[in-house]
Write a protein that binds this ligand. Structure first.
Ligand SMILES: CC(C)(COP(=O)(O)OP(=O)(O)OC[C@H]1O[C@@H](n2cnc3c(N)ncnc32)[C@H](O)[C@@H]1OP(=O)(O)O)[C@@H](O)C(=O)NCCC(=O)NCCS
Length: 147
């Protein structure tokens, strides 16, 4: 059983958040500590995090969901997401690679087609598609929505 608390991030934890995001290898941009919820262990180390990013008035994105690999599989991501999603109005969007779809389906998110995406996510999808032509990874970027 892992002991940790969940709370809004402190300014002094900004560097730890960046380090955790880099450690798990997800989008390192837009990491404003003020928007983050963190899971902190008994040693006051940030072992999990997540944020809601606003993109204009009614567009909200669940983002930067990360848990230190040494602590994964203990329900920490679920706790972070439950806390973030408990306070914000719907709809909420997120972007993920298709291999992560199963995780977010569990929370009630559904992948949406290009035509249904707000313009912000269409733009990112376009950039991802162009980059993938160069990368040849074949990995798909999904935009998912929770009503
Ligand atoms: C994905 C990640 C955040 C999960 O963290 P975690 O603390 O291990 O997750 P939890 O233990 O809270 O699991 C929550 C649920 O998601 C499920 N889950 C976790 N990883 C999953 C995956 N890759 N695919 C599908 N389901 C997954 C768990 O089985 C669990 O389901 P349950 O509650 O029904 O048992 C963590 O593995 C991570 O940091 N990965 C690297 C960064 C990343 O990919 N983030 C997502 C960016 S889109």
């Amino acid at each position: 059983m892992i002991n940790y608390i969940l709370r809004p991030a402190l300014e002094t934890e900004a560097a730890q958040i960046k380090k955790l995001i880099n450690l798990v290898g997800i989008n390192p941009t837009g990491l404003d500590w003020k928007r983050f919820i963190v899971a902190v262990n008994d040693d006051r180390r940030v072992i999990g995090c997540g944020q809601i990013k606003p993109h204009g008035a009614d567009i909200r994105e669940l983002a930067s969901i990360a848990v230190d690999p040494a602590y994964q599989g203990n329900g920490i991501a679920r706790a972070v997401m439950d806390q973030l999603l408990s306070t914000i109005p719907r709809p909420v969007y997120l972007m993920c690679v298709s291999t992560m779809e199963g995780l977010y389906i569990k929370f009630g998110f559904k992948a949406i087609p290009y035509e249904a995406m707000p313009r912000y996510f269409q733009r990112i999808s376009n950039v991802f598609r162009i980059a993938d032509v160069i990368r040849h990874s074949g990995e798909e970027l999904l935009v998912m929505k929770m009503e």
